[in-house]
Design a protein around this ligand. Structure first.
Ligand code: TXA
Ligand code: MG
Length: 382
């Protein structure tokens, strides 16, 4: 009864109030997001019936969060501008920040791109399915709502089997940013997704913990030399072995914040924990004593500091809430725990977080790139 009344009222308003004055109407549209979010458990592997249900949701324009090998994605039909608009709204993300289109089969790339360079096939043969995203010229099939108004499209084929089954079931093209609220650390478990998205999306597929923990490497293939726009697990050397010379977006290496990154998302302050995060950099023993000194100062001032150390340094810290991010002997453990440790500190009452810095030859700049962003560039050199 109430619903009928609301619908009639909405109809009257739509006919009588000019569009520009319909502010409350936007709010009522947001009400659509107070929905029941289904949690599908696929920790043990693909559940065919669940994948079919998820595919149906995508085909009718709904949103499904799903696991990938990098981080959890928030998926919608990439060829449906309304689905893309829903993704931006659920994340609270600025709509000039383009989405990555996920595919499950190489042949799918033809429909969404034009002038495909031969380097794309070489890189796909080497790294797909896997944690690499390629920026290519887009075809008319991809709405500007998905690419944030750009004429290029970012494409990735994830290696996670659940992800690829979902993409096929949903029609072959799934736009998916990381499934976090804009500005929060990316989710590496289904629980993280639920923290940010429960009640805002139709379904979350729980595929357990991700394996890599940092977003894919993005490489731009639209202008001459392939150029890294976002560092990730696939590093510069690996790319260079396949395509020869590789460039790096100047904004990634420049200290000058006025240099505009080519991946629009890289300009936003991302992955920010609630408490200020400060990185302490330098020789190992000096870093440890500086962090001890700072944590002790915080305690004297009646505050609690969080400390991010490693398995190797954990016992060296004497005050504050000390957590290990992983072991320096296996850098992938550091990548995998970075975002979850930032979320754990968000749950605790710490007023500041001090972190060691991490040399990671395999992941190159990927880990420090994310940590420095989370710290808003606050670094102490000792
Ligand atoms: O690992 C990943 O890539 C994850 C999983 C879910 O696949 N996705 C992800 O999406 O990290 P998102 O939306 O959080 O980050 C996408 C990044 C942004 O920095 C965006 O600006 C950039 O990709 N991007 C997307 N399309 C682009 C384009 N056409 N040109 C340049 N940058 C683009
Ligand atoms: Mg993201």
């Amino acid at each position: 009864m109430l619903l009928v009344f609301v619908l009639i009222l909405r109809d009257i308003v739509q006919k009588t109030v000019p569009k520009t004055h319909r502010k409350w109407y936007t709010i009522s549209e947001r009400q659509d997001y107070v929905m029941k979010t289904i949690m599908e458990n696929m920790r043990g592997g693909i559940d065919e019936a669940g994948i079919r249900r998820a595919g149906e949701i995508l085909k009718r324009g709904g949103l499904v969060a799903f696991p990938t090998e990098t981080v959890y994605g928030l998926g919608g039909n990439a060829l449906d501008p309304e689905a893309s608009a829903r993704i931006y709204s659920a994340k609270g993300r600025p709509s000039d920040n383009p989405l990555i289109v996920h595919i499950a089969d190489w042949e799918a790339i033809e429909r969404i791109t034009v002038d495909l360079p031969h380097t794309a096939k070489l890189l796909a043969d080497a790294f797909w399915p896997g944690p690499l995203t390629m920026v290519l010229k887009k075809s008319d099939a991809v709405p500007l709502a998905t690419t944030g108004g750009l004429n290029t499209v970012a494409v990735r084929m994830p290696s996670d089997a659940v992800a690829r089954a979902l993409i096929r079931a949903g029609g072959g093209y799934v736009a998916a940013p990381s499934a976090n609220t804009s500005g929060r650390p990316s989710p590496t478990t289904a629980q993280h997704v639920a923290e940010d998205m429960d009640g805002r999306i139709d379904m979350i597929i729980d595929g357990g913990d991700v394996t890599i923990g940092l977003e894919s490497t993005i490489v731009d293939l639209t202008e001459g030399t392939p150029t890294i726009l976002r560092p990730g697990y696939i590093n510069e050397e690996m790319l260079a072995q396949v395509v020869g010379t590789v460039g790096i977006d100047r904004a990634l290496i420049s200290d000058d914040s006025s240099v505009r990154p080519k991946a629009p998302g890289m300009k936003y302050r991302h992955y920010a924990p609630r408490a200020p995060l400060i990185i302490v950099e330098g020789e190992e023993t000096r870093v440890r004593s500086k962090i001890n000194e700072l944590a002790a100062e915080a305690r004297l001032a009646g505050r609690t500091a969080g400390v991010i150390g490693t398995d190797e340094s954990l016992d060296c810290y004497h005050s504050g809430v000390v957590k290990s991010i992983g072991t320096r002997r296996d850098e992938i453990t550091i990548a995998r725990h970075l975002y979850s440790i930032l979320r754990e500190f968000d749950e605790m009452d710490v007023s500041v977080i001090y972190s060691e810095s991490f040399e990671t030859p395999q992941m190159g700049q990927a880990i420090m790139n994310r940590l420095i962003k989370a710290a808003g560039h606050q670094i102490i050199n000792v």
